[in-house]
Design a protein around this ligand. Sequence first.
Ligand code: FO1
Length: 321
Amino acid sequence: MSQDNRRVLALAGGVGGAKLALGLSTLLPAEALTVAVNTADDFEHLGLSISPDLDTVMYTLAGLANPETGWGRRDESWNAMEALGQLGGETWFRLGDKDLATHVERTRRLRAGETLSTVTRDLAKRLGITCAIVPMTDNPVRTVVTTDQGDLAFQDWFVRLRCEPAVQRVRFAGADKARAAPALLDMANLRGVIFCPSNPFVSVAPILAIPGVRTALQGTKRPRVAVTPIVGGQAIKGPAAKMLAELGHDVSALGVARYYKGLIDGFVLDQTDSGLKGGIEDFGIKVHVTDTMMRTDEDKRRLAAATLEFVDALARSLQHS
Ligand code: FO1
């Protein structure tokens, strides 16, 4: 499998996407993996440029992620937050001491005129990451969640209000004017595209909203495979199930597959949900059933290997169709 040097393009949000990306990175040569990451969760906070999903992917691939939360760094201390709280500052968004260094350095370099992709490439390299982690765009795109409490900036809704306000609509301010990362448009020399088990509405949708990306993905003859973020009607992490319900979709892997219809050739379904296989196949999507839970590094590697095998099997069947 690792003999194949064609590029795998993985679309990722935060924790779930990062876990599968880690599995893929253990199987593929560095030059054969590009992880394109959602940046619509980014925001300016405490005067700093925060890119939560980029950092989650970066820390995970570097072996530095906090195993309890999935975001932030392991072996973290919280002195700055405690001191900030004592001074009456804002502490609802928890930035650990080591994590703060990332935001301080990113902010300094962005203010000095570097692009987010250049800064990300360099920070990742310094943390020992060899594959490409690319922000979906260098331009500012911000998720706005319309809720029963009005329009909310993404992190206000997600962290400060714990995803509680019911979601009516999601939009990505700035997406229409953003330029996609070249890796998202260049479908040459591609082995396949993997939609990681990230939230379809707030992690993958912003990537698809950048002009040209959806068309490029629709146009490629290479296999496109989504890995389910929903198992047994529940999100593995985060508000995906709540959002499926509130936005009027089936709260199941079938609801996710339907949402991606026309964009994917294959869907990796959890064994718990094998009963949904036929329904997903009715959308013209091939299904591979396996254990999709990624608790250990071995789980991540196994799911990544199964997904790559599925991509290659689809490539063979697409050639014959
Ligand atoms: N998520 C939380 O639920 N609470 C936090 O205090 C929090 C802080 C935080 C700091 C840095 C970072 O990179 C991520 C952080 N996250 C936190 C996670 C993040 O907001 C979300 O997981 C993503 O935006 C959704 O993918």
